[in-house]
Write a protein that binds this ligand. Structure first.
Ligand code: YNC
Ligand code: MG
Length: 388
């Protein structure tokens, strides 16, 4: 049934729950000299390129491919529209490898028709911190679908990850392949209900009028928590301590150091937002919340072309109730003109979703590990990992 995935070192469906198999790496590393030194073969009309995302030109080509060919919802009403600034942030973290930003072009026209990326990350699985590749942005041009190009893209990124002596990966997808370590759900909190209804993102509830709906989702003008402010560079050590302490409770979680926190959580306009609560009395940083910005193109609507969405990222509450902290995040997002605030049911998010008027989305997000077996899938609430 999965001609490609059945050949890969991933948990296979037939092995789920088999407690005679150990947890951990499925295959052992091989000496680097035994890693294939040449790229995999592509159909003759195409060639591999390594994308230099530091250049505006290359970044623009990738942006155009993804804008027209990347992930859509099941009804093909919306398509992710990652910005160029976001792509540079997502793909150039500390220690990134340029060789893991892989494109495929048509030889004759030089047109970019496929893409896949990895970035290095430390992911803790139970007690073990494993250096992995986080693989993302797999995209094949709509006109080249179902030609088995995706397996070649995946094998090539795997080869280039192996060349850096890294043997595991983490990734998420909307499709089910062998074998999810967790299956999560997106929840959506309307900030601009009128627009969301107009574009078909949401529907007017039964016995609801537009005015009642607008009132239902109304939020205060500004955050309510005393000491709530934008995160600054000087907060990096405190935020790192908070995050490390918080994430230690989850079965699978990111292992952040200060350099990672500076890159991934320090606010970057229209890319990532981070806020702290600094105690007005002690000036101690006690809480932290963050979201990233990922608009979607609205396909075929005469009035609106983009949906401005915020996605909950990492949040840590030690003094402020998590519910209040996230309500403040909603208030900030609303004040910055986002239309919707999305969150997965990972970490402790279930504790605030219903109360803060998030509604469940359709479609699931599956989490995967490459070459690392878990005996059983874990619950979303055991995941402390958010991929972009
Ligand atoms: C997917 N999303 O099952 P089997 S998520 C992984 N992730 O293989 P073809 C996928 N595998 O089942 P198409 C996948 N989607 O026969 C499909 N597959 O074993 C598998 N969409 O290939 C599929 N982006 O080329 C099947 O399919 C085989 O032309 C079929 O191309 C697929 O970034 C795709 O949703 C997704 O652009 C490129 O549909 C195309 O349809 C497309 O005939 C819109 O492929 C955009 C989209 C996916 C977003 C993402 C995470 C990707 C993870 C990839 C796996 C990484 C493994 C770790 C590598 C490093 C290892 C180390 C160390
Ligand atoms: Mg294909």
């Amino acid at each position: 049934r999965h001609k490609f995935w059945e050949t890969q070192p991933v948990g296979q469906f037939k092995d789920v729950g088999d407690s005679s198999l150990p947890e951990g790496p499925i295959e052992q590393p091989t000496p680097l000299s035994e890693v294939k030194q040449e790229p995999y073969n592509l159909p003759a009309l195409y060639e591999w390129i390594t994308c230099d995302l530091a250049t505006d030109e290359m970044c623009g080509e990738v942006y155009n491919l993804l804008t027209h060919n990347y992930v859509e919802d099941d009804e093909n009403m919306f398509r992710f529209n990652y910005s160029k600034e976001f792509l540079q942030w997502a793909l150039r973290p500390p220690g990134h490898y340029k060789s893991w930003h892989i494109g495929v072009r048509v030889k004759s026209s030089k047109k970019l028709v496929a893409f896949i990326t990895g970035v290095p990350a430390r992911v803790r699985v139970r007690d073990e911190v494993v250096t992995m590749a986080e693989v993302n942005f797999l995209c094949v041009h709509k006109k080249l679908r179902s030609k088995r190009l995706a397996p070649v893209m995946i094998k090539e990124v795997t080869r280039r990850v192996h060349l850096e002596n890294i043997w595991q990966a983490a990734y998420t997808a909307g499709v089910v392949i062998p074998t999810p370590i967790a299956t999560c759900q997106y929840w959506h909190r309307s900030l601009n209900p009128k627009k969301l209804i107009d574009v078909g993102f949401s529907r007017l509830g039964p016995r609801m009028t537009m005015n009642r709906t607008i009132r239902l989702y109304k939020l205060p003008e500004s955050p309510v928590t005393p000491g709530f402010r934008k995160m600054e560079l000087r907060d990096v050590p405190a935020v790192t301590r908070l995050l490390r302490g918080y994430l230690s409770q989850f079965a699978v979680a990111t292992d952040f150091n200060e350099d990672d926190v500076e890159h991934w959580l320090l606010p970057k306009e229209n890319v990532v937002d981070g806020y702290v609560v600094e105690s007005p009395l002690t000036h101690e940083v006690t809480d932290f919340c963050s979201f990233y910005t990922l608009p979607s193109s609205i396909l075929g609507n005469p009035t609106y072309s983009t949906l401005k969405a915020a996605y909950s990222y990492y949040n840590v509450a030690t003094k402020t109730p998590l519910l209040q902290l996230m309500n403040d995040a909603l208030i900030i997002a609303k004040s910055k003109d986002y239309d919707v605030f999305n969150a997965l049911d990972v970490m402790e998010n279930e504790s605030f979703l219903k109360e803060l008027k998030f509604g469940p989305g359709d479609g699931k997000l599956h989490y995967y590990l490459y070459n690392y077996r878990l005996r059983q899938p874990i619950k979303p609430s055991e995941l402390g990992l958010v991929l972009l």
